[in-house]
Design a protein around this ligand. Structure first.
Ligand code: ATP
Ligand code: MG
Length: 435
């Protein structure tokens, strides 16, 4: 019997996991500058949290939900995205309360689950880093969120990504546009994909988001939402663009962009890459927008919101393709070489003592001969070795060697265990002998 990981999942092995940790830590430091604080919500929620918010005609709800009934017959979904859970928690914990500073700015990172056809950059368990900001309608906040996304990507070394921008306007803009779109699509109904036929009357904006190439050819000539904006929606969109210009953030307007989730309105955006990681095809790494109304939909007071979600796997694919290496070589400070079985307890004491002083230290656990242990020390890029043979053991001493200069000195256990920095210094200052 062979066990395999479930389809569409990945094992993130140590070398890869270091990259993840770097991305996460860079993201955290950017979030701190923008004053977004972390929230951790459950990885599963009631099915309704997503079905109500993502939209009943969205890909996520119609095809991609990882849902099941638990032993208590509750309809549960593994979260397909981060926003709905954060909004649910925002409402449940009354984070809109008067004592909480507004806008309320938060970030999350963690796994998401979608039943997709797995391929490069598309998994069934994938990971997102995302932010949400609640409680302000200001277009300046939309642009802070966009700037934050760009900063995060810059912090990992990505500067040449494309920002696509659009607006979905307010309810009235959308209502007017919806009708215009239906009028445009109806004559093409027979040529549309099955999905799009079904969505044509239920949610025609979804058709714009179709991945079917024939659908895409048809909607290329569709009317533009930008011609249906109310004055208020137009003003919001104009201001967003003014702020982007003020920050020198370049963007392209893509009036056919609608996003995969139904809860957006006003500003929506995607950060895209044509990296060879995706065969040169423009692929979205980070996507977000405004979702005024979502808090109310989940039972909270009228509260506006704006945020984005960024796919970590896709980000890492680009970093690899661009040969951007965030991970520094991890050197080992000290490797303790113990010779003979008597040395083992002391060797263990030494590595522990060094670790407590803040050094990285390791030793042999495979009863290797000294030669093998030195090999292991080299492989681990150890800066120093401490050798502990029978003689040293009897004298309460170890032999300290600087692996790059070859300098050596004999030092007592006490010296090593009380202040290894001092011992290192002494060696540097030439108190040892070369061999
Ligand atoms: P797509 O159009 O590629 O299916 P989407 O509109 O479903 O994307 P969002 O829901 O906006 O994507 O998610 C935001 C980001 O999360 C995406 O830009 C992408 O980087 C990442 N993402 C989404 N789905 C997956 C997945 N199945 N595997 C890996 N990353 C994903
Ligand atoms: Mg999708």
């Amino acid at each position: 019997m062979k066990y395999q990981r479930p389809k569409g999942t990945a094992d993130i092995l140590p070398e890869e996991a270091q990259k993840w940790a770097m991305v996460e830590s860079k993201a955290r430091s950017v979030f701190a500058k923008y004053r977004y604080q972390e929230m951790r919500t459950p990885m599963f929620e009631s099915f309704d949290v997503f079905s109500r918010t993502s939209g009943e005609t969205s890909d996520i709800v119609t095809k991609e939900m990882y849902d099941f009934y638990d032993k208590g017959d509750r309809h549960i979904t593994l979260r397909p995205e981060g926003t709905a859970g954060i909004v649910r928690a925002y409402v449940e914990n009354k984070l809109y309360g008067p004592e909480i500073q507004k806008p309320f700015k938060t970030f999350y990172m963690g796994p998401m689950f979608r039943y997709e056809r797995p391929q490069s950059g598309r998994l069934r368990q994938f990971h997102q880093i995302g932010v949400e900001a609640f409680g302000s309608d200001s277009p300046a906040l939309d642009v802070e969120v966009i700037a934050l996304a760009m900063s995060l990507l810059q912090s990992v070394g990505l500067n040449s990504l494309k920002l696509s921008l659009n607006t979905l306007g307010d309810d009235e803009s959308r209502k007017n546009y919806r009708q215009a779109l239906i009028d445009f699509l109806e004559p093409h109904e027979a040529e549309l994909s099955q999905d799009s036929k079904e969505r044509l009357h239920k949610n025609p904006l979804r058709v714009l988001d179709s991945k079917d190439s024939q659908d895409q050819a048809i909607v290329a000539d569709a009317p533009s939402i930008l011609d249906y904006l109310t004055p208020a929606a137009q003003k919001h969109f104009d201001e967003v663009q003014d702020y982007l210009k003020a920050l020198n953030i370049s963007y392209e307007i893509d009036s056919n962009m609608v996003r995969g989730l139904d809860y957006y309105n006003h500003t929506i955006f995607e950060v895209m890459s044509d990296s060879k990681a995706f065969g040169g095809k423009w692929t979205t790494v980070c996507a977000g927008g405004r979702y005024n109304g979502l808090v109310e939909q989940l039972g909270g007071p009228e509260t506006s919101g704006v945020g984005f979600g960024l796919g970590i796997e896709r980000l890492l694919l680009i970093l690899d393709a661009e040969k951007i290496n965030l991970v520094e070589n991890q050197n080992l400070d000290v490797y303790v070489v113990g010779i003979g079985s008597q040395a083992s307890p002391k060797a263990l004491q030494l590595v522990e003592g060094l670790r407590k002083q803040g050094f990285s230290a390791d030793r042999d656990y495979l009863d290797k001969k000294p030669k093998g242990q030195f090999k292991a020390a080299n492989k681990a890029n150890a800066q120093y070795t401490l050798t502990l043979g029978e003689e040293e053991l009897a004298q309460g001493k170890v032999n300290l060697k600087d692996m790059s200069s070859g300098q050596q000195v004999s030092v007592s256990f006490e010296q090593v265990l009380s202040d290894f920095s001092q011992v290192k210094m002494a060696l540097l200052q030439g108190e040892g002998e070369k061999n």
